[in-house]
Write a protein that binds this ligand. Structure first.
Ligand code: NAD
Length: 287
């Protein structure tokens, strides 16, 4: 690695933070996980135990006690200063609220050693919006994971114009070292690569069905046959879960609000939220 990364601190033990911490520990790094208080950390501990079960079942090398040992090796800390004191890399996965992120980076800039690299997992905020709060814009960038990191193992890497190229390279090599496929962006783009492709596709699919042009199954069938893709946009929506796009579109433009209303009336209000509830656009069997 261009710069040595051995000790990694993850801020936030929620959905993504717990997965990032676990995946990093599974690949042999020393991991500290920080969250706001002991009660939240206890929930984080349960998330690590649940991840251990998933890795044991689904990830090669997760057997023979390794998955459980990985969970046990993660150090949980509610004191930010103690959490980052020796960190080579801090990966931030706190709520997607600019003020919360800016506040935590302002504290970090004081508490972390000068060498420490900061990476945000933000899905929608550009590094440029956060960089000034870090006090070290040259050592700050985005490292964006996807939910279920052990299966959907892309890591999108995106710097601001101030990011040091060596820091960028180090983080890309780190991503590879924890089993991710690094997806490098040359400049900032809202949505990175994946959502720049996926969001317009999902929206176009919803337009076809919400506005009455074609059934969801017809849309998916067309996409699968004509492009060779294994799944269509509505199958992808069932995996994501319908509430996430609903929550985004309900606050969006006129067309988005119309699609949100369609999702709510026809699916969400009927408990059809996607694979997680056994039915969304499609019905799924128990097994
Ligand atoms: P989450 O709500 O599940 O977890 C956030 C965690 O941060 C919680 O444990 C919370 O206690 C903690 N937290 C709250 N305030 C804090 C503070 N001031 N300091 C430190 N920790 C604090 O959220 P999430 O879904 O894991 O998302 C976290 C980040 O990851 C967001 O930036 C989001 O855009 C990004 N992300 C989420 C997903 C996803 O599918 N959920 C995918 C990719 C990226």
């Amino acid at each position: 690695m261009a710069m040595e990364i051995r000790r990694v601190t993850v801020l936030g033990t929620g959905v993504l933070g717990s997965q990032i911490a676990y995946q990093t520990a599974f690949h042999g790094f020393e991991v500290t996980a920080y969250d706001i208080d002991d009660a939240v950390l206890a929930a984080g501990r349960s998330r690590f135990d649940a991840l251990a079960a998933a890795y044991r079942a689904e990830v090669p090398g997760g057997g023979d006690g390794k998955a459980e040992q990985t969970a046990a090796d993660i150090v949980l800390v509610a004191d930010l200063g103690a959490a980052v004191r020796d960190a080579d890399l801090v990966i931030e996965a706190v709520p997607e609220v600019l003020e919360i992120k800016q506040e935590i980076y302002a504290k970090l800039s004081e508490l972390a050693p000068e060498r420490t690299i900061f990476a945000t997992n933000s899905s929608t905020l550009l590094p440029s919006a956060i960089k000034d709060a870090t006090g070290r814009p040259d050592r700050f960038l985005a490292l964006h994971f996807a939910n279920q990191v052990w299966k959907r193992n892309t890591a999108e890497i995106m710097g601001s114009p101030d990011t040091d190229p060596e820091v960028f390279r180090t983080v890309s090599e780190f991503a590879q070292a924890i089993g991710m496929v690094p997806i490098e962006l040359h400049k900032e783009k809202a949505g990175y690569v994946l959502n720049s492709l996926l969001v317009p596709l999902l929206r176009a699919a919803m337009e076809l069905s919400a506005d009455g042009y074609a059934e969801p199954a017809t849309v998916d069938e067309t996409w699968r046959i004509a492009t060779g893709a294994p799944v269509g946009p509505f199958q992808i929506l069932d995996v994501i879960g319908l509430t996430t796009p609903y929550n985004i579109m309900v606050h969006g433009d006129e067309q988005g609000r119309r699609f949100a209303a369609w999702l709510k009336e026809n699916y969400i209000d009927k408990g059809k939220l996607g694979i997680a509830t056994g039915e969304g656009f499609y019905r799924y069997s128990e097994d």
